[in-house]
Design a protein around this ligand. Structure first.
Ligand code: ASP
Length: 320
């Protein structure tokens, strides 16, 4: 594999290679000297056409810890806002001699397009495209689950999968690339995935996903290993009408103190961020001992280091 575009096409051995490499990266990050020389002299472009805080910073930190040079490009304030096409932007970057592109775009399929055309001939890493995929998010989620469900929060042996683990992903399924990437990857890793949300936020075709679909959070909450709450993506809800009111949404699909108490004792609470506190997750849940939200953020750097390393630097370990 030359690119990281989605988790659907990731084979089990490839997924495990990324997760195991991320463990090796994590180990290096507890040293005082965090910088590794692997990508010295290489240039990674962060091409962000859509807003992002943690993903962009995380990719930047990952590339820099591997000694790459990083160019941050944001659609706003660039020639893209003057109407420059993805093709022209890609060709311009290609002419500048860069070594990898990390791209976030509001259009599903934009990273795939970059990978398929000859506009640019370097590894493409998808940092989120529309409501389609967000592979490094799913990988950092799986990394976090492996550690918390099988390693007591610490490193796990190479090759550890998530066989039989019960994961529920809850909320705004319709607009979420996180859920799509997670369903694909978690299934490959052997987990049993349940997708939960209001019927208005359940996409047509979800029945064909390798997951159980339900509208009843209370019906599944007592038998889970991990509960992943999704953000209600207001910015993709022009016109509204997806649910009667925020209070009503919280009452039926929010993780409040009562639901938190009904989770099995060992179960972890996850959220990809940014969180709408008080809507899909209460502060009590977000800040509870069960919450691994900040671990997810920390682990994101290790997973992105692994992805960049495998795509750019490793010969024998490359994802081919
Ligand atoms: N940060 C994640 C994403 O970019 C989740 C979210 O925005 O709700 O998809």
């Amino acid at each position: 594999m030359k690119h990281l575009l989605n988790t659907k096409d990731l084979r089990l051995d490839e997924a495990l290679l990324i997760l195991d490499t991320a463990e090796a990266m994590a180990e290096t990050q507890s040293r005082q000297m965090k910088k590794l020389p692997a990508l010295r002299g290489r240039t990674v472009v962060n091409l962000f056409f859509e807003d992002s805080t943690r993903t962009r910073i995380s990719f930047e930190a990952a590339a820099k810890r591997l000694s790459a040079d990083v160019i941050n490009f944001s659609g706003k304030g660039s020639s893209v806002s003057k109407g420059e096409s993805l093709k022209d932007t890609a060709q311009t970057l290609n002419a500048m001699g860069i070594d990898a592109v990390v791209i976030r775009h509001s259009a599903s399929g934009a990273p795939q397009r970059l990978a398929e055309t000859d506009w640019i001939d370097v590894p493409i890493l998808n940092a989120g495209d529309g409501a389609h995929q967000h592979p490094t998010q799913a990988l950092l989620d799986a990394f976090t689950m492996r550690r918390w469900l099988l390693g007591g929060g610490a490193a796990v042996p190479a090759g550890t999968d998530l066989a039989g683990k019960k994961v529920a992903i809850v909320g705004d399924i319709l607009h979420s690339r996180v859920v799509r990437s997670n369903v694909d990857l978690l299934t490959t890793l052997g987990a049993e995935v349940t997708v939960v949300g209001p019927p208005t936020l359940m996409p047509v075709g979800a029945e064909s996903w390798p997951a159980t679909i339900t509208y009843d959070l209370d019906g599944v909450i007592e038998d889970l290993d991990a509960l992943m709450m999704l953000r209600v993506q207001y910015e993709r809800m022009a016109g509204g009408g997806y649910f009667p009111s925020p209070a009503e949404y919280s009452r039926i699909y929010g993780l409040d103190a009562d639901r938190l108490a009904r989770l099995p004792e060992h179960a972890i609470v996850m959220h990809p961020g940014p969180m709408n506190r008080g809507l899909e997750i209460s502060s009590e849940a977000a800040d509870s001992v069960r919450s691994v939200v900040l671990d997810q953020v920390a682990n994101g750097v290790y997973v992105r280091m692994a992805a960049l390393y495998l795509l750019l630097a490793s010969d024998e370990g490359s994802l081919s």
